[in-house]
Design a binder for this molecule. Structure first.
Ligand SMILES: [Zn+2]
Length: 342
């Protein structure tokens, strides 16, 4: 059998390497799988070292130089076939895989349909909305304004992302109690088990809003140095990355940051920034990045670099292009880097 370069390219372009890998029985988890040579790895490659680049149709082991290649190499390595037989296998010796392994069916095909939220969850959101409505935009002379300005985060950004302060703790507490039962307020995470409104020492409220500026979650930040912890989270899981509004599905670049402060910093400089809670990236968030080129701007430290490689693996497996911002000196984050510029 002779196969020309263009035939080879056509075959490769028509296939999703991720789907082929799965059909080969390879356990692909978040764009990664265990190396064919576990004995070369620590702990038998318990944490998979081979990453898949869905866009480029490539796989590559971080450790073994010889474990890499295209979809044909993957079949060869996995089944121990020669080139010709691997091509035959891909072309149709396994008819069962033909139908659903076309590439166009794969990108975002595994789109998760989120179950309808139960009614009480909507009630929580309503309480959240009311709570945020009882707060104030940050007055220019408030210490929250100074705290933010020191980090080069200024009023246009505060307004854009609806930063709020709790100016009158007692009034907010009273009005919420007048409107809702204590149990509801506790279930919403606003009141503690002693029946007291939380966030008294964390007056800067940073909501996670969606593209319609509806709050789904927030973090509360202390402004005094001696308050520990510095941040309080609403209970429950974080529903989406911070400043999700930039993930609008239109083609473009987004800058993915570690934490809210870095996100706000880049926003202030006019970048489409979106933030992670620390270095946490939930696999189900991948599809929110649809059509975006993602510039990874995590801290240049060990944890940040490791997270970048994990996240880019996840995004690339969904066919997205990622780059590392790559300008930060060792140990710096976005905010420290920008605020040190003259
Ligand atoms: Zn390996």
């Amino acid at each position: 059998m002779n196969i020309s370069d263009s035939e080879k390219k056509e075959l490769k372009d028509s296939l999703s390497i991720t789907v082929v890998a799965k059909r080969l029985g390879i356990n692909v988890v978040r764009g990664r799988f265990r190396c064919f040579f576990p004995e070369r790895h620590a702990h038998g490659d318990r944490t998979p070292s081979v990453s898949i680049n869905e866009e480029k149709g490539f796989f590559k082991c971080f450790v073994c130089e010889d474990v890499k290649g295209d979809v044909i190499s993957l079949v060869r390595m996995s089944l121990g076939l020669g080139f010709e037989n691997a091509v035959k296998w891909l072309r149709g010796d396994a008819p069962s895989i033909q139908r659903d392994m076309q590439k166009k069916n794969v990108r975002f095909a595994q789109k998760k349909v989120f179950p309808e939220k139960p009614a009480d969850k909507f009630a929580d959101k309503k309480i959240l909305f009311d709570f945020l409505n009882l707060l104030s935009p940050i007055p220019l002379n408030h210490r929250a304004a100074w705290w933010l300005a020191k980090r080069h985060i200024f009023k246009p950004v505060w307004d854009k992302v609806l930063l709020r302060v709790m100016l009158d703790y007692h009034r907010v507490s009273r009005e919420l109690r007048a409107k809702y039962s204590l149990e509801d307020l506790q279930n919403a995470g606003l009141f503690n088990s002693q029946g007291i409104l939380r966030f008294g020492r964390h007056p800067l409220i940073i909501p996670y809003i969606d593209e319609q500026r509806r709050p789904f979650y927030f973090k509360a930040r202390a402004l005094d140095k001696d308050v520990e912890p510095k941040e309080l989270n609403l209970q429950g899981s974080i529903p989406f990355p911070y400043n999700k509004a930039v993930l609008d599905g239109n083609p473009g670049i987004v800058y993915l940051c570690e934490g809210i402060i870095d996100t706000l910093t880049l926003l202030g400089y006019g970048f489409n920034a979106v933030g992670l809670p620390g270095i946490t990236f939930k696999p189900e968030w991948v599809e929110m990045f649809k059509n975006k080129k993602v510039m990874l701007c995590l801290d240049n430290d060990k944890a940040g670099r490791e997270a970048e490689s994990r996240i880019s693996g996840l995004l690339q497996a969904a066919g997205l292009e990622t780059h590392s911002f790559g300008l930060l000196p060792e140990g710096e984050d976005i905010n420290s880097w920008f605020t040190h510029r003259p």
